[in-house]
Design a protein around this ligand. Structure first.
Ligand SMILES: Nc1ncnc2c1ncn2[C@@H]1O[C@H](COP(=O)(O)OP(=O)(O)OP(=O)(O)O)[C@@H](O)[C@H]1O
Length: 804
């Protein structure tokens, strides 16, 4: 695309000169950061401390460079002319003056000084006389847009209204990737982003009100203003992987990398939740009662009656009575340690009991022997000297029974018992070391066990949970996490894992050294070139990487189930089940969270229709609710078409106010059921042709997505669809949080029927469009659409007929 030169002497041309200075400064800073990073890479530092400092410097300059690179597009987007006569330029990052003194060349959008750019109004100008939006393409200024906030200031600019930059952003063709909005943030959004609330902040807003984009900008703001947060990282939780791909560019684009993006299903390291299960089973697994079921399942594995009554010890068989078993279990439970860690207490108590029992028996035996010997001696006339010898060996009346098997003997007995395979097997049966996976597999595979442990569920509900082991579903992940908490770490397993992990790191380090040596010597082993391999062996390289925190915060956090994040952002938070909430609260013990969602869009049967219901039990009233009320995505015509649906869903909720009209009315068309695929292909082609490079989505029920995708030639589809493709076919669950220039909803009745929350799903599907919406319904229209959306005149009419 060619870029028109601004008019000579125009405000755009004046700004071009300043913007060029900013880019020069950016280039200088980048070159400096690159030099320092290269210097750190070259430095071979001798002591461990020097190496650690070198690695830290390398990481610091890499991060700085990434930040400076990310600022390339739209480096500067605003200017404020202040009442005192000074000016402040606002941009994606701050650029200090070259001498380090005086006013900065550019103020970071997150700095307090930049705030008036977003919130100043004519009524409350906050010391700003003029706000100038500077629109750039590449490094060229293509337009400026002025708003005069102080009537004393002379009008200026190229005549565009103050909202023009926002409207241009809103109507621009979609790309399949979410963009940042630093240049056009609105005051109500800015207030949420900069909220100084330290605890849980809930952002409720209808479709398209900017909840997602605001949450992401809040993450960037918090990382900027609370540098310590970066050390713990920020977790962004989204509803599915398609959504995470869609938003994946926003934070890196703002120069922020200390962020882990994940679905709840990704949050149990080592488990890939790709098993599919009926929605009914997932809903049951999401209920809070499952925490009780799991606690009962763990308890049932602790010294169950009937286990370990007879314990093989060498050639003997020891009997363990119920009382001793119960006492040991009570002692272990009273510690409140998780199951696997409490096992040591239980085992110790059992072994102690057995050792004492053995000692007592030995002593009793010795007593008996002694008595028998005494009787014999009394009866027989044995020589006095023999009697004295016997007495020395422990004769009658000389010692207490304990002295025969003394304290040291008991200790030795305990050691023998603890090492004995028979005793160990009995302890394993009595109090097994359990993994979360084993606990769940054994629970769900056994209807009788389930019946005993989940009396609160109906027989039908329990039957829905029964399944064979083999893979995990998304709804299993919070249960695995809950089980992991109840069980505690199994140190032995952790030790094996750590050893395996170190072996992996060493193997990798060896590969690095081999490649390095090969690269430097060109494969010539005799070449006189010093390589890293000459200085380090693979083991120390692996350790050094670990020591220096070679992994980023995000990598370490993602690999550690028990990582406590500094802040957690949850998008589409209304979809989370009770069990998922429990998992997330554990990930954020500091309870610094931003939760965004819309309780009218809930589609997951395990999700919630009330923030209060979810949060009060966990936080009391220690959470704050903020609302977003303006719809930036969906034009007025489409919002009108969804009014009936919203009224049925949430009668008390006012629809978000659209900022614009698209000039195109949504349409619907009744089609014969059998012809839906063919007609859909035809209408999709017609819509795509109208978009001139924009994006079209066909949205249908999850169950029909594959079938209808096959009918639309060239459409992206499947579990990880390419959202940048011109046409994509999605199940409604996948479409959550996304947006497209045009949307075709196929088979709305199917969406309504597929789930108890079908109306919420249809509302989601219809509100994904930024410009155009068409609906193809087999047979008559669902009642909620019949009057709300006008029907196209002719079944095979061109989509272009829908223009008003
Ligand atoms: N201030 C703004 N400037 C420019 N674009 C904006 C602004 N606010 C929101 N938008 C745009 O509006 C669209 C909707 O935003 P977003 O997806 O964050 O809404 P949402 O509330 O999460 O929607 P939903 O709940 O329907 O998924 C996005 O394209 C976003 O970039």
């Amino acid at each position: 695309m060619t870029v028109r030169e601004p008019r000579a002497g125009s405000p755009a041309e004046q700004e071009q000169a300043y913007v060029a200075v900013l880019y020069q400064r950016l280039d200088v800073l980048r070159a400096e950061a690159a030099d320092r990073r290269a210097e750190a890479a070259r430095d071979r530092g001798g002591t461990a401390q020097a190496r650690a400092e070198r690695d830290a410097a390398f990481a610091r300059y890499s991060a700085r460079l990434a930040r400076l690179e990310a600022a390339e597009n739209g480096l500067c987007f605003g200017r404020m002319d202040l009442a005192g006569g000074s000016r402040l330029y606002v941009g994606r990052i701050g650029l200090p003056a070259p001498d380090g003194e005086g006013d900065p060349l550019l103020v970071d959008w997150r700095a307090p000084a930049a705030r008036p750019f977003y919130v100043a109004t004519a009524a409350a100008p906050q010391g700003v006389r003029r706000r100038r939006h500077i629109v750039t393409r590449g490094r060229r200024v293509v337009r400026v847009d002025d708003e005069i906030l102080d009537s004393a200031a002379a009008p200026s600019g190229d005549g565009l209204a103050g909202e023009a930059v926002l409207l241009a952003a809103l109507t621009a063709g979609r790309t399949g990737r979410m963009r940042d909005i630093v240049a056009t943030l609105r005051a109500e959004q800015d207030a949420i982003i900069r909220s100084d609330h330290q605890g849980v902040l809930v952002v409720q807003g209808g479709p398209g009100t900017g909840k997602t984009v605001v949450a992401l900008h809040r993450a960037a703001y918090l990382l900027y203003t609370r540098p310590r947060l970066a050390a713990r990282g920020v977790l962004v939780v989204g509803p599915n992987s398609t959504f995470l791909t869609y938003i994946g560019q926003v934070l890196p684009g703002l120069g922020e990398t200390g962020v882990v993006s994940a679905t709840v299903a990704d949050l149990f390291p080592g488990v890939v939740a790709d098993r599919v299960e009926p929605a009914a089973a997932a809903e049951i697994k999401g209920r809070a009662v499952m925490a009780e079921v799991l606690a009962a399942a763990v308890r049932a594995r602790q010294a169950p009656p009937g286990q370990g009554v007879s314990i093989a010890f060498g050639t003997e068989v020891l009997r363990l009575d119920d009382d001793a078993r119960e006492r040991a279990a009570a002692l272990a439970r009273a510690s409140s340690l998780p199951h696997n860690r409490a096992r040591a207490l239980f085992a110790d108590a059992i072994i102690g009991h057995l050792a004492h029992r053995l000692a007592e028996e030995t002593n009793r035996l010795a007593d008996r022997l002694e008595a028998e010997v005494a009787d014999i001696l009394a009866e027989a006339d044995i020589d006095r000297a023999v009697r004295e010898d016997l007495a020395e060996l422990g004769g009658a009346g000389q010692r207490e029974p304990e002295e025969i098997v003394g304290a040291e003997d008991v200790r030795e007995l305990r050691r023998s018992l603890a090492a004995d395979p028979g005793v160990r097997a009995a302890l394993d049966a009595l109090w097994p070391v359990l993994t979360p996976q084993r606990l769940l597999d054994e629970l769900f595979a056994d209807p009788d066990r389930l019946a005993g442990l989940a009396p609160g569920l109906s027989a039908a509900e329990r039957a829905a949970l029964v399944r064979r082991p083999g893979g995990w579903t998304a709804a299993d992940v919070p249960l695995l996490d809950e089980a992991a908490e109840l069980l505690g770490a199994d140190d032995r397993a952790a030790g094996v894992r750590a050893a395996r992990e170190r072996a992996r790191r060493v193997a990798y380090a060896q590969e690095v050294l081999d490649i390095d040596a090969g690269a430097r010597t060109g494969g010539d082993e005799t070449a006189e070139v010093l390589t890293a391999a000459d200085l380090l062996d693979a083991g120390s390289l692996a350790d050094r990487h670990e020591e220096a925190g070679g992994a980023t915060v995000a990598e370490r956090a993602a690999a550690d189930r028990t990582w406590a994040f500094g802040h957690v952002i949850v998008d589409e938070a209304q979809e989370l089940s009770e069990m998922a909430w429990r998992l997330l609260m554990r990930r954020c013990p500091g309870r610094s969270m931003t939760l965004v969602g819309d309780v009218a869009q809930t589609s997951d049967p395990a999700g919630t229709a009330s923030w209060d219901r979810v949060l009060r039990p966990r936080l009391g009233d220690r959470w704050r609710l903020a609302r977003l009320s303006v719809n930036y995505r969906t034009p007025a015509e489409i919002m009108d078409a969804t009014a009936g649906l919203l009224a049925e869903l949430r009668p008390e909720q006012a629809p978000p106010r659209p900022v614009r009209e698209a000039g195109v009315r949504p349409w619907r068309l009744s089609v014969p059921a059998r012809e839906l695929p063919a007609l859909l292909a035809r209408y999709a082609a017609a819509e795509a042709a109208l978009l001139e490079g924009g994006r079209l989505a066909v949205i249908t029920s999850d169950g029909r997505a594959a079938e209808l995708a096959a009918a639309v030639p060239g459409a992206a589809a499947g579990p990880h669809p390419d959202l940048t493709a011109p046409v994509v076919v999605l199940g409604v669950t996948q479409a959550k949080g996304l947006e497209f220039d045009s949307v075709l909803v196929a088979d709305p009745a199917g969406i309504l029927a597929a789930s108890p929350r079908g109306r919420g799903d249809l509302y989601v599907a219809m509100t994904r469009a930024t410009q155009r919406l068409g609906i193809l319904h087999p047979g008559p229209a669902p009642a909620v659409l019949a009057h709300a959306v006008p029907e196209l005149g002719r079944p095979a009419a061109s989509a272009a007929d829908s223009r008003t």
